[in-house]
Design a protein around this ligand. Sequence first.
Ligand code: SF4
Length: 346
Amino acid sequence: MLAMYPFLAEASRYIRDQGLSLEEVLDHRAFQGARNWARERVFTSLETGDLPNPPLSRSAECLEALYAYPLARILVSCVGDGFLVRRFALAEADLARRRLSRESDDFLLAASHALGLDALRDGAFRLHFSDFLRATRQLRGKEWKLINQPVREGFVLLSRDRFLRVVEGHLRNRFEAELPLEVNPTLLRAFEEEVIELHTALRDRRSRLQGEDLGTIRVTNFPPCMEKLLATVLASENVSHPGRFALVSFMNNIGLGFDEIYQIFASVPDFRESVTRYQIEHITGQISGTVYTAPECSTMKSYGICPGPDRLCETITHPLSYYRKKTRMSGTAKKAPADRPAKAAS
Ligand code: SF4
């Protein structure tokens, strides 16, 4: 059980009771498997976020899994990159949710108590509203607003699936807050190779996405709103749902294809391949046949995602008009992708 949930206090206690320092674990050949597993956890968090969940039956496998978790946290801390921390926290929390989803209600409730959540079960799961607010702060969508929840006597009523999502949110926040840990030169030396590889992977990822041109598209001709949304995504920060919709539809309208848009969104911390793929396919018309048009300025303003117009904004009413006008003015039109007509408006 501890190997499946190595973030529980009981697991840390067990490791502490073994009396081995992390430096000793890193040096010992018997722990090579744990070290390999830690490495895989961190690289997979960065690349896909989809951590494997193999069955743990043999005691050697359980021990490796148990030690892999603190070693992975040390590796992330040695790199000390905020984006990697967020990707790792998200992937670990997702794995914990998948594992907890196979447990009984009693186990799930006991685990939530061990994680410090004020939860009850009485038909539905109930969670104190203050814990609900904290745990869901990174979850987007109206369905996670407290005002939209059934609340009784200070407790939010949740189905088992939604309770699992809240526990996942709680874990994600906790993992993010705990990292990076302090690392000493011995630990840095032990992970020297992996740290170099991870820095290279992070650098490649950023340089792929930070070019001034996106294929035939001039980012310098973007209106302030889209420039800001794109910069937020490239800085690996989360963008609100309306912001994502606006940016994806805008980029599609000016001629970027699915693959290019998908690559850009692969840098957001809560990137989930299937969800991102579905959202982009939906907005770009690959699922429904409807190609959505980016929202006009008045809608952008009502969403609070117009950062304030510049002088050119004062002459237009739509971000696409801004892009077309600026492209013409700067003489950088390339086959006028912005003039490609959208089939339907949102
Ligand atoms: S006025 Fe329109 S084009 Fe300009 S920043 Fe705001 S939403 Fe974008």
